[in-house]
Design a binder for this molecule. Structure first.
Ligand SMILES: Nc1ncnc2c1ncn2[C@@H]1O[C@H](COP(=O)(O)OP(=O)(O)OP(=O)(O)O)[C@@H](O)[C@H]1O
Ligand SMILES: [Mg+2]
Length: 313
């Protein structure tokens, strides 16, 4: 199997009913579970609880592979040794109570924590064969290839056109800018609403339109991964559904990682879910990672179940 592929074990079937798999090795349950457990794939991380139930496998490329990722703000440790894959061309949701480290983890993925004085990351985030945390890796290049959309829409005080063209221009894009702008706006499902007023200020759009403009801006620099931190939490339900539809469409071409507080939203938009939780000492840890359907219908950890059924704050 190529190094950058992993295979997910679905945990919803009874023991011993392995379905036909493309790779015969997958049918040996205990060793393969152990192998996958090392990268935290769809497997409970508590060594006392074995998740030896699987039936269906999906072969997915790994866009990012986290290994023992910890993050600190000065002497305060915000997240501890998180190990998991981010599957390529899928939507992965990061869920968990406030303060468990979702935004911190998301910011690790494109070195945004570098911009916070005193912030530090340990461990490894493998991205196309390199550890993107390595100080020798150019953070600006990482941020071009791994874009971010924030909770509050933040267009520049410029025209709609310039909002989209700006990033591409500073990255030295020399192709047909009109086409690039149109293409990014189309992909962000905003073109039809703005095509006749591209000179209008981005700030004059509605909140939902502004957020789609920010998505178009992120797309225009041709990233591989788009990170979204609660991208719909400031929007009304109709605008929220548009963003959710858009996330599903974008996953055909991009890898999406989305932080959300909204369980229905995580269930609707994501293929995979990571549940994070901080204990009394406030250090966030990964409790469970796997296919969203399994996390929601058959969580392996009581704490996951308590969270998705609304028993945590
Ligand atoms: N810039 C910072 N300086 C110091 N501590 C921080 C900073 N940002 C976050 N923290 C702390 O790190 C921990 C994780 O915060 P983070 O913002 O990642 O949580 P979150 O899961 O995104 O929460 P929320 O759901 O409320 O957005 C918290 O204890 C928080 O107080
Ligand atoms: Mg947050």
């Amino acid at each position: 199997m190529p190094r950058n592929f992993f295979t997910l074990m679905r945990s919803s079937a009874p023991v011993g009913t392995a379905a036909p798999a493309s790779n015969g090795a997958l049918l040996e349950p205990p060793p393969s579970m152990k192998r996958d457990a090392a990268d935290g794939v769809g497997v409970h991380l508590d060594p006392n609880l074995e998740a030896v139930r699987h039936e269906f496998t999906e072969e997915v490329e790994t866009a990012l592979q986290l290994r023992n990722v910890s993050a600190f703000y000065g002497s305060f440790q915000a997240i501890d040794k998180m190990t998991m894959p981010i599957p390529r061309n899928r939507v992965t949701a990061l869920i968990g109570p406030s303060g468990c480290g979702k935004s911190t983890l998301l910011r690790c993925f494109n070195r945004m924590n570098d911009l916070i004085p005193g912030a530090r990351i340990e461990g490894e985030i493998e991205f196309e064969g390199r550890n993107l945390i390595d100080p020798n890796v150019d953070a600006v290049e990482v941020r071009r290839r791994i874009g971010m959309v924030f909770q509050k829409p933040n267009p520049f005080p410029k025209s709609i056109y310039e909002n989209v063209a700006f990033g591409a221009r500073i990255n030295g894009y020399s192709g047909d800018m009109d086409r690039l702008v149109e293409d990014a706006l189309r992909r962000a499902a905003l073109w039809d609403e703005v095509k006749d007023e591209l000179d209008k200020s981005g700030l004059a759009l509605s909140g939902g339109q502004q957020q789609r403009l920010c998505i178009a801006r992120a797309i225009a620099v041709q990233p591989e991964i788009i990170l979204m931190d609660e991208p719909a939490s400031a929007l009304d339900p109709v605008a929220t559904l548009k963003i959710e539809d858009l996330m599903r469409e974008l996953a055909e071409e991009y890898t999406i990682v989305v932080v959300t507080h909204n369980m229905q939203q995580a269930g609707r938009v994501s293929d995979y879910t990571a549940f994070l939780l901080a204990g009394e000492e406030r250090v966030g840890r990964l409790v469970e990672f796997g296919p969203t359907q399994d996390i929601f219908t058959n969580p392996l950890d009581q704490r996951t179940e308590d969270y998705i059924t609304g028993r945590y704050g």
